[in-house]
Design a protein around this ligand. Structure first.
Ligand SMILES: [Mg+2]
Length: 163
């Protein structure tokens, strides 16, 4: 049974049009429900159904976290999640340039240490659009379930079928 779903951010939760959240130049502004624009006109757009998927996972009692390769300071991923009104879904999100496998282990450890939740690798589902990250996750956390956006699923809304 899946107890924790960990999402990538860029090109998984939102379209970043070939760049990534760290390249956004402040001030960032939410211009519609699903779009944030930076001061240079670059925008990121939340994929359709992301909100509903997060809400469904929450309602099923599944924990949700995030690992994103982006600058930790300033943390534009956190800023975008905040602007979209989605921050509250994510527990111990990791935004840094570390190996995603190590970040996944870190989240599991934080949940154990701080929340008393024991979660095994086989109870974790990781979702990312880069196969190299999927490989690193499997290497660090044998037994983890992983979905590659592009081959296993075409969009985040399909995650709910794998819970
Ligand atoms: Mg990505």
């Amino acid at each position: 049974m899946i107890k924790l779903v960990i999402f990538d951010a860029d090109e998984t939760l939102w379209a970043a049009y070939g760049y990534w959240a760290s390249l956004l130049v402040p001030p960032l502004k939410r211009v519609s429900d699903n779009e944030i624009r930076d001061s240079e006109g670059k925008s990121i757009r939340l994929f359709d159904g992301v909100r509903q998927t997060l809400e469904s996972l929450k309602n099923k009692g599944v924990l949700i976290s995030l690992v994103s390769m982006n600058d930790r300071e300033p943390n534009r991923v956190a800023e975008c999640l905040e602007l979209f009104g989605l921050s509250h879904y994510f527990i111990y999100p990791q935004v840094n340039w570390d190996d995603k496998g190590q970040n996944i282990l870190r989240i599991i450890e934080l949940l154990r240490k701080n929340e008393g939740k024991i979660i095994k690798c086989e109870e974790v589902l990781f979702v990312d659009d880069h196969l190299s990250n999927i490989s690193k996750a499997i290497k660090a956390c044998p037994g983890i379930k992983a979905l590659h956006i592009g081959t296993d699923i075409s969009q985040v809304t399909e995650v709910i079928n794998h819970i």
